[in-house]
Design a protein around this ligand. Structure first.
Ligand SMILES: *[C@@H]1O[C@H](CO)[C@@H](O)[C@H](O)[C@H]1NC(C)=O
Ligand SMILES: *[C@@H]1O[C@H](CO)[C@@H](O)[C@H](O)[C@H]1NC(C)=O
Length: 424
């Protein structure tokens, strides 16, 4: 059995690496990264206690064809469903996976050849960990809920529209919104329509999808249910890069127009600012009515590497080492990173005042933190005021405590797991 478990974990790791690499595609330079997020698992795999229980099969959306809900390549989207039990059997936790976006015909065509654009390339089983774990010692508040990992295969945070598809024979489906709708119908029919408690969550581009669809999700649930949303590592900042160029803004502009995402975004934002800016959470977070929790590292490596210092903004490679390992940053670079953190805190200052909002902003060089035991809840996972992310999210969800946690600036927190991309 142990072999099976490790093999499942290994497949998952391999795919995760590749997915991360794709997440970078579309920026000025394609960066091939061989050492990615979960490499440190290699050291820990043997000590991980994976219950077979938590290896979950892929289900392809049954109504995909009739709903016109397709991945970029026309294949059926998928999800992994694990039924709840005991006191959790009427509660639902959804987690949307991340994986960047595609902003051009070329990058979307490339994506079709990967799991982020086609279910033909998705692994048939994934391991549920962190917020998806059924192990109460790892996931005390949600372990017995119905859990769904939603696979991401449209390239536009579940917000594309078919009207934008090219009519000249280029086969690319922009069905993000239709995938969202068909998936919700399928989950409602599986019992979610009787949910008593629900939490929609997601990481990175999946966290952005969570923010975009949070209020729809609320409205689909029974009125008397408790419904909340959790966005992990998805507060992508509307900031210039180190050369003063608006790299991220122009990237989002391209995604927005290519896939016609306007119709999925908040109307009051669209009428207030340049519409493609409504992909930036700081532009529409005020409009979200549903209780919301933000988990975000203040030194998010994805944002540093792609928004603040994309390769094109660093022609002499002065930032190269710093982008691989925050411990290698020089004092001037650390100052710039602190500035980026200040922008995040400023963008969240109003949000923080609202009663039913929660946040956990730790000063770590990491990206998604809810989907692995190491960062969600374990003896050595990151903490603020001695609370793990799992404890903080649970306290907020169940109204045990108000949770508005902001860490002191780097490098003050010894509990951080800081990524090191220099390790082979
Ligand atoms: C279709 O149009 C797009 C954009 O106008 C263009 O880039 C692409 O090459 C065209 N494809 C074909 C098959 O003509
Ligand atoms: C931190 O929390 C753990 C339990 O999660 C507890 O054992 C420990 O004493 C706490 N440490 C401090 C400094 O409060």
């Amino acid at each position: 059995m142990a072999n099976h478990r490790l093999r499942a974990l290994f497949c998952w790791r391999k795919l995760t690496k590749r997915d991360w690499a794709i997440a970078f595609v579309g920026f000025t330079t394609i960066v091939f990264i061989y050492t990615l997020f979960f490499d440190y698992r290699t050291d820990q795999a043997s000590s991980l206690d994976l219950s077979d229980n938590d290896v979950v099969d892929l289900t392809l959306l049954h109504n995909a064809e009739e709903r016109g809900a397709f991945c970029l390549d026309g294949s059926s989207p998928g999800y992994h469903f694990k039924k709840g039990f005991g006191s959790g059997s009427s509660n639902w936790l959804l987690h949307i996976e991340g994986g960047g976006w595609c902003n051009t015909i070329e990058s979307c065509s490339f994506r079709k050849t990967t799991a982020l654009g086609s279910s033909n390339f998705m692994q048939r089983q994934v391991h549920f960990a962190g917020i998806l774990s059924s192990d109460p010692s790892q996931n005390a508040d949600f372990f017995n809920w119905n859990k769904v990992k939603i696979r991401y295969c449209d390239g536009a945070s579940l917000a594309g529209h078919p009207e934008s598809e090219l009519k000249n024979g280029t086969r690319l489906f922009f069905r993000g919104q239709l995938i969202w709708e068909a998936l919700m119908d399928e989950l409602l029919s599986l019992g979610m329509s009787n949910a008593k408690q629900a939490l929609l969550s997601g990481c990175s581009a999946g966290g952005l999808a969570t923010l975009i669809h949070c209020d729809d999700f609320r409205d689909l649930m029974p009125k008397q249910a408790t419904v909340k949303c959790l966005a992990d590592a998805s507060f992508f900042l509307e900031e210039q890069d180190v050369l003063g160029k608006r790299t991220m803004e122009s990237f989002y502009h391209d995604v927005f127009h290519l896939q016609g995402v306007a119709k999925s975004l908040h109307k009051d934002c669209l009428s207030r600012v340049e519409p493609s800016k409504c992909l930036f959470p700081q532009e529409f977070i005020k409009s979200i009515r549903t209780p919301l929790f933000i988990v975000n590292p203040a030194y998010d490596f994805w944002q540093i590497r792609n928004i603040l210092v994309p390769d094109a903004s660093d022609p002499h490679n002065n930032w190269r080492q710093c982008k691989l390992n925050i411990h290698s940053c020089n004092p001037d670079q650390i100052e710039i990173l602190h500035g980026f953190r200040n922008s995040l805190l400023k963008a969240l200052s109003e949000f923080q005042q609202i009663e039913d909002r929660g946040m956990f902003i730790n000063s770590c060089f990491v990206h998604c933190q809810t989907w692995a035991a190491e960062t969600w809840h374990s003896f050595n996972s990151p903490r603020i005021n001695n609370k793990t992310i799992a404890q903080s999210v649970g306290d907020w969800y169940f109204n045990r405590n108000a949770v508005k946690l902001t860490d002191c600036p780097y490098p003050c927190n010894p509990t951080c797991y800081n990524m090191d991309f220099t390790r082979g």
